[in-house]
Design a protein around this ligand. Structure first.
Ligand code: DAH
Length: 380
């Protein structure tokens, strides 16, 4: 053990002056008076850590810091005395002293954090440093997505979007579409009638069975040319199965102007199919009957087995799935709204977007759309 103070005094006495270097050593070595060794550094570190554990508030932590890591702290003292060691010891002990210093600094930072957290917890406060809980944001329902996509395809071809009432008058749902009362064609739509009887004893209102009534409403409100699509919900008194729901969406389309032909109908619907299904999916037109068009067709999309997967888009043993009715607007419909059928012609179509979504994404049951099962909805 070297007592630097004693040494200093002795030397000073011997030479009658105080050598600077010795004086420095004397100050620097305070309060540690021992020349540091691996063992003494380990002991000091352990003692420091034990004391740190016992520290219970920020003031205590600061005192601890001053005592070990401060300018005159014990670890600082050890570091300052390293240059006095024998060269062969200097390296090892120096490295260890540095490690000890780093370890104590880290331990102090950790303890300060712990004390702060404990204080917050005791106050019942929020820990604003915690990462936030993720917010579960919703997303558009697959029906909304497909309706928007279909509308987008027609908007790109110059159509505008209009909407109409879901509770509709018999007049628009049937009469104006060339389906008079008592006409057998009414049986094509199993209707949900509103429980209201007017003064003449008629029941004039129903939940619309299709979006076609907007044809007459739009044409009554404007002169040709007309180019609109009408997305919206429809209702039918109907048993449900994989491709039928009692409520579902339709998108109606109507284009009326001078000189419109069946070729325009086909070209427009081909382009729609190309945009929504891509250029490879085939479409098919067949003759069909709807009272408000002449001639009338239905349009189907191919449901052929995909060679890549060995599966059909819709898991039904059918090569074609019907997605819409269409045709040239019946002259009586044009006359009904005051358009001259000698001058104006047009085409109309009505499609079921859920079926189109089913074909596009390979959904096997239309009822998934309304079951609200998040495992289904999350996929879109
Ligand atoms: N409204 C028809 C339905 O619900 C679908 C339809 C067929 C609409 C032919 C049309 C059309 O505009 O021309 O079954």
């Amino acid at each position: 053990m070297t007592n630097f103070r004693a040494l200093t005094r002795r030397r000073a006495a011997a030479y009658n002056f105080v050598p600077t270097i010795v004086l420095q050593n004397a100050i620097v070595s305070q309060p540690s008076v021992e020349s540091p060794s691996a063992a003494s550094i380990a002991t000091l570190t352990n003692q420091a850590l034990k004391e740190l554990d016992a520290v219970s508030d920020p003031d205590g932590a600061e005192q601890w810091r001053v005592s070990y890591l401060g300018r005159r702290g014990q670890i600082t003292g050890v570091l300052r005395s390293i240059p006095q060691l024998d060269p062969d010891q200097r390296r090892e002990v120096g490295a260890q002293a540095n490690q000890a210093k780093n370890a104590l600094e880290e331990a102090l930072a950790r303890r300060i954090r712990e004390l702060a957290e404990a204080e917050l917890a005791a106050a019942g406060a929020l820990d604003v440093t915690l990462p936030g809980r993720p917010v579960i944001t919703g997303r558009l329902h697959p029906t909304t997505q497909i309706v928007r996509e279909i509308c987008g395809a027609f908007i790109a071809m110059g159509f505008s979007v209009v909407e109409g009432p879901e509770v509709e008058l018999d007049h628009y749902n049937f009469e104006m579409l060339n389906i008079p009362a008592g006409h057998p064609a009414r049986d094509m739509w199993n209707s949900l009638w509103v429980d209201y009887v007017n003064e003449e004893g008629q029941q004039p209102m129903l939940l619309r069975t299709h979006t076609s009534p907007m044809q007459a409403r739009v044409m009554e409100a404007q002169d040709p040319p007309v180019r609109v699509i009408v997305p919206g919900k429809c209702y039918r008194y109907e048993a449900t199965d994989a491709t039928h729901e009692w409520h579902f969406y339709q998108i109606e389309g109507l284009a009326v102007a001078e000189g419109i032909t069946f070729a325009n109908l086909k070209g427009t619907l081909y382009e729609f199919a190309r945009r929504v299904f891509g250029p490879d999916r085939q479409i098919r037109f067949r003759c069909d009957y709807f009272p408000f068009v002449e001639p009338g067709v239905d349009m189907s999309i191919s449901n052929f087995v995909d060679p890549a997967t060995g599966k059909r888009p819709i898991n039904r043993d059918e090569d074609w799935i019907e997605i819409m009715g269409a045709g040239m607007v019946h002259p009586r419909v044009l006359e009904g709204v005051g358009y001259d059928p000698q001058r104006y012609t047009g085409f109309a179509f009505g499609m079921g977007p859920e079926r189109i979504g089913m074909l596009k994404y390979g959904i096997d049951d239309i009822r998934h759309f309304y079951r609200n099962d998040v495992r289904f909805l999350r996929q879109f």
